[in-house]
Ligand binder design. Structure first.
Ligand code: ZN
Length: 414
């Protein structure tokens, strides 16, 4: 009997991971029609908040506001100098930047920032999108669309042409975490909401949601929530979710995505880089999944300490779909751990990754680094079943990898 060769198996898996299109189910990217909201290229990459946080660790005496008052190019040059020239770029965010630039064939060897700028200056936004999507075989980028953001709202009100490369997701954090301030926002947008969750305010919230669902046709609704968000609860955000949002999503057959565990602005001076982390109580998810069995929830949690609980709860409730290795978990160490654990406890019924990219070029490293880890884990796992005499065909591999990279997501939305 011939022994299966792990080296050949690994090659088949690497090839299929590259050939199979992936859907990036959560990004902060925008189609080129949104103009300056689409961040891309070297200056946006260097001023990404992950790198800003790392930059300040080398500068104990630099005033935050002084740095943030510099023009973007000067901020980028300072980050380049500190994190790439004065020290080696070994953190995941700085290594990731090199992976993206290398894959795009940017001139890296000279370490010259102006040459990198010249490389990106010759790309139109649309060419740039194509280049990055092709580099990692992404079929769809799902945006995060926030009607509470005046700059984005202005784009929608002007009208945004469809771009087949991009899909929408409606972000409603403000309704769930910032009531009653959000009531004022709704009034600004023409919906007659008051601070009290009276019948007329409830109907205004519902009208607001319906108007935006009809306007942007989201694949799902989403909210990023603090670790303290809990259910059941008399808090207005919890009541808006359970009494208004979830029944409406049920009617419209739409999924709710929950990203739980962000402790906002623990260091406000760091601005976007100032958010931190906290552990959630998993019973909130149990309550949600059990009380709303006909609603579906995409779920990602920020704290490593919640990950095993999420796997177990997803085994109990098929209406929960764990997705991605989010933010502080998006590094090889944690991607490896989470993916292994999910595969061992959920089989192939989860969504291993999303990029969360804020800058277009980041999709490259986020997906390449994940695929390198997936290749190793899948090779080991398939080798263990082949060792029992179970033959794994190329069709089996193709089907399973497609499920992980895209089909589990699209099927969950049906
Ligand atoms: Zn995000």
């Amino acid at each position: 009997m011939s022994t299966p060769s792990p080296a050949r198996l690994r090659q088949r898996i690497i090839r299929l991971l590259a050939e199979t299109p992936a859907t990036d189910i959560h990004t902060h990217l925008f189609s080129p029609a949104f103009g300056s909201l689409l961040l891309r290229g070297i200056d946006d990459l260097l001023t990404y908040h992950y790198l800003i946080a790392e930059f300040f660790r080398w500068h104990q005496h630099l005033d935050y506001d002084v740095f943030f008052s510099l023009p973007r190019e000067a901020q980028a040059a300072a980050v380049w100098q500190t994190l790439f020239l004065d020290h080696s770029p070994l953190s995941e965010s700085s290594r990731g930047l090199l992976t993206s630039l290398h894959t795009l064939r940017c001139p890296l060897r000279s370490r010259n920032l102006d040459k990198l700028r010249a490389f990106f200056a010759q790309l139109s936004p649309s060419e740039h999108v194509d280049l990055c999507m092709r580099a990692v075989n992404i079929d769809t980028l799902v945006m995060t669309n926030n009607p509470f953001d005046p700059a984005e709202r202005a784009c929608w009100e002007r009208g945004v042409p469809d771009d087949p490369r991009f899909r929408t997701a409606l972000r409603i954090d403000n309704l769930l975490t910032a009531w009653p301030a959000a009531a004022q926002d709704l009034r600004t947008m023409g919906f007659r909401a008051s601070a009290e969750l009276s019948p007329s305010t409830r109907s205004a919230i519902r009208s607001f949601l319906l108007a935006w669902i009809n306007r942007i046709k989201p694949l799902y609704l989403m909210a990023s929530l603090p670790p303290t968000f809990s259910l059941p609860s008399p808090d207005p955000g919890a009541r808006i979710l359970t009494d208004i949002v979830l029944p409406l999503l049920r009617e419209r057959n739409l999924v709710m995505a929950l990203m739980i565990g962000v402790e906002r602005q623990v260091n406000p001076a760091l601005r976007l880089a100032g958010d931190s982390i906290g552990r959630m109580n998993i019973n909130t998810l149990v309550h949600l999944a059990r009380s709303f069995p006909t609603n579906k929830f995409l779920v990602t949690i920020l704290s490593r300490e919640n990950q095993h609980e999420l796997c177990v709860v997803a085994r109990k409730f098929r209406n929960l779909m764990p997705f991605g290795c989010w933010w502080f978990l998006n590094s090889p160490f944690f991607i490896e751990e989470l993916t292994r654990m999910r595969l061992e406890w959920l089989g192939l019924t989860f969504i291993p990754q999303h990029s969360d990219a804020r800058v277009l070029d980041q999709i490259i490293y986020k997906w390449l680094h994940t695929k390198q880890i997936l290749a190793e884990i899948l090779t080991q796992k398939y080798a263990t079943i082949e060792a029992t005499g179970w033959k794994v065909s190329n069709d089996d591999l193709r089907r399973d990898i497609s499920d992980l990279l895209r089909n589990n997501f699209w099927r969950f939305l049906e």
